[in-house]
Ligand binder design. Sequence first.
Ligand code: GLN
Length: 382
Amino acid sequence: MLQSKLPDIGTTIFTVMSQLSTEMKAINLGQGFPDFPMSEELTALVAKAMQDGFNQYAHMAGLPALLEAIAQKVLYLYNNTVDPYAQITVTPGGTYAIYTALTTILQPGDEVIVFEPAYDSYVPNVEVNGAKAVLIPLQYPGYSIPWPAVKEKINAKTKAIIINSPHNPTGSIISRADIEELRNITSNTGIYIISDEVYEHLIFDGLRHESMLRYPDLMERSFVCASFGKTYHCTGWKIGYCITSAPLMKEFRKVHQFNCFSCDTPKQVALAQYLGNKDAYLGLGSFLQKKRDYFQQLMQATPFTPLPSYGSYFQCYNYAAISNEADKNFAIRITKEYGVACIPVSAFYKNAKDDKVVRFCFAKKESTLQQAVERLSKISVV
Ligand code: GLN
């Protein structure tokens, strides 16, 4: 009998809810993906790259032109000069970048600080490497980081801390004050920072994305993980990248090269060209903010209570005014009975903490959101 490496892990909630949504022919506001079309210019560039013969392996670290384009963007956005050849690796998505960064640094017995609710891959990624996730709850309902609790948990075994801003599932973001706390806690230690920044452009209300890339001292020990899927509305492309210091990237690539080796060449050719179009990413925050505002406004017709969302694709709602059911049962029931899928936030806690909160993805056409909320407004209070 095989000894499971992840004995307590079932199927990811995203697959569970998307499958149920498909079976029920529901409107899927669960798994985070847009239902509006991506840029035709970008898809045309991929088609052209294939027709032009860019169909063989790219460089293990990424297509040089794409690495250079990413470095230029980092300079433009965060005023940081990174060496494209030594500090950036193109990966098959953000989740893979996070997994690879953790696998690069972790030894059995190490501890990693993980804030909950946590994107559901983090804890298994830590545990599969024989390390321990030290779980710290974010402060409900604003989901801010409780720094005194972090200080208490840090010890000689602490190898890394995972930061995610804008945050999935809650849409909270870190501030400049959080950066200062992070700096105070980690400077002169061997603690690495895994920074999941896949929603870097999806930030609202004029707020600034506090990327680790803005802070050279933090970048020496940070792995910044990014996603083209989120930026260009093509989550199914599974392409992203990781940026870290040159010595850390050397180790990251040792793991990467014997796992995925290299990423899809035609998409890299296309992205290298498309990245020059600054408007395509600069306008994203206001584009998604309109959707958040529209969704929030529609949801006022329902008994759901909104929690703040400052970024990402997501808006959480408390449903305690509707029902006392466990959030997973509630999510399944409204998918079946009302035809709208969402994600129960307990799925992002190792002990399934249930604050009666569900996550909705508002990265959808207005007509989709309108139809979904029309259904949700029929929910009867039980
Ligand atoms: N990041 C997506 C979400 O939060 C899900 C990705 C996945 O299904 N693995 O919904």
